[in-house]
Design a protein around this ligand. Structure first.
Ligand code: BG6
Length: 300
């Protein structure tokens, strides 16, 4: 669909319009009474979310690349249909392909409470089918209000069950990594990717003082990012998710990645709601599995 067709069909005054920000890169720009947000059609990738009167909730690197086929550093990348490296084929992209392929807009709506609703669907192609041979559809519902609600729905339209790994790999904006603590994962078991997937139990709130790359398993708990610098907390509520991934690459890795900027890692932390490792989900024929995350701000 062309940009003008998109706007004719799906733009809503005082809610959403579509813009081309670079060659072949279209975003939905949402601005309503509660918040502003941008969503790239590639990857149905929420790039920004800022409630009115608040600092951004979502972190987007100033060096993020918006280009066809490239993943965006920051926002809410969708890891689907596997999380991390592919189980058997190391040539396939890490975290799956959903974040780097085009999605289409299926619906937009102005909701009675002033929020904006958008529905996106992943566009299948020979290239996606070659990587994921299971008949399925995947949709992302986004509600931009005072809170940001994200729902990723995977339907099995085939005749055999399949295994699904997934995550909403959300980057949160924080004042400084030294001033934040993540709560909600106390007493949870995690696999530490920095220590060759060794298993540990989280004792207290999570503070980050070096590279952290952990998959907390068997947890449906809400998390809260307490930020003393911004005097606020970001609440991450979730449904249909048994894993929470916490990631900060720290200095050396961030420098190597090339799209964080100097000390960029200090202003972000990823708290990812999903189903990974031993929590991958089996989706039976005819079944729809839903992963939901709701991000909201609370005063500290
Ligand atoms: O650079 P990418 O592919 O977006 O991945 C970033 C990180 O994503 C995290 O979820 C993984 O646990 C890390 O291992 C990974 O480095």
């Amino acid at each position: 669909m062309t940009l003008s067709e998109l706007n004719q069909r799906y733009a809503i005054g005082n809610h959403v319009q579509f813009k081309e920000i670079a060659d072949g890169v279209i975003i939905a720009e949402i601005a309503n009474q509660h918040a502003v947000a941008n969503i790239a059609l590639q990857g149905a990738h929420i790039a920004t979310f800022q409630p009115r009167g608040e600092e951004p909730v979502i972190w987007l690197s100033p060096y993020a690349k918006f280009a066809p086929g490239k993943s965006i550093r920051g926002g809410v990348p969708i890891c689907w249909p596997w999380f991390g490296p592919h189980k058997t084929d190391s040539k396939l992209p890490g975290h799956g392909y959903a974040r780097t392929v085009p999605w289409e807009v299926l619906e937009t709506q102005a909701l009675p409470d002033g929020s904006t609703f958008l529905r996106f669907g992943l566009i299948e192609s020979d290239a996606t089918r070659a990587q994921w041979p299971h008949p399925s559809t995947v949709q992302l519902d986004v509600t931009v209000g005072k809170a940001l609600r994200v729902e990723l729905a995977t339907s099995n339209t085939g005749k055999a069950a399949f295994e699904l790994g997934e995550a909403l790999h959300t980057y949160f904006h924080i004042s400084d990594v030294a001033k934040m603590t993540i709560r909600g994962l106390e007493n949870c078991e995690y696999l530490d990717k920095v220590q060759d997937f060794a298993r540990f139990i989280q004792k207290d709130g999570i503070v980050i003082e070096s590279e952290v790359d952990r998959v907390y398993v068997n947890t449906a708990a809400d998390c809260v990012i307490e930020d003393k610098g911004l005097k606020r907390a970001i609440r991450i509520a979730k449904q249909g998710s048994k894993s929470t991934v916490v990631w900060n690459p720290w200095t050396e890795k961030a420098d190597k990645m090339g799209d964080f900027g100097e000390n960029g890692h200090r202003g972000m932390v990823c708290v990812e709601s999903g189903n990974a490792l031993e929590n991958v989900v089996t989706v039976a024929p005819g079944e729809t599995h839903k992963l939901v995350a709701i991000y909201s701000v609370e005063k500290l």
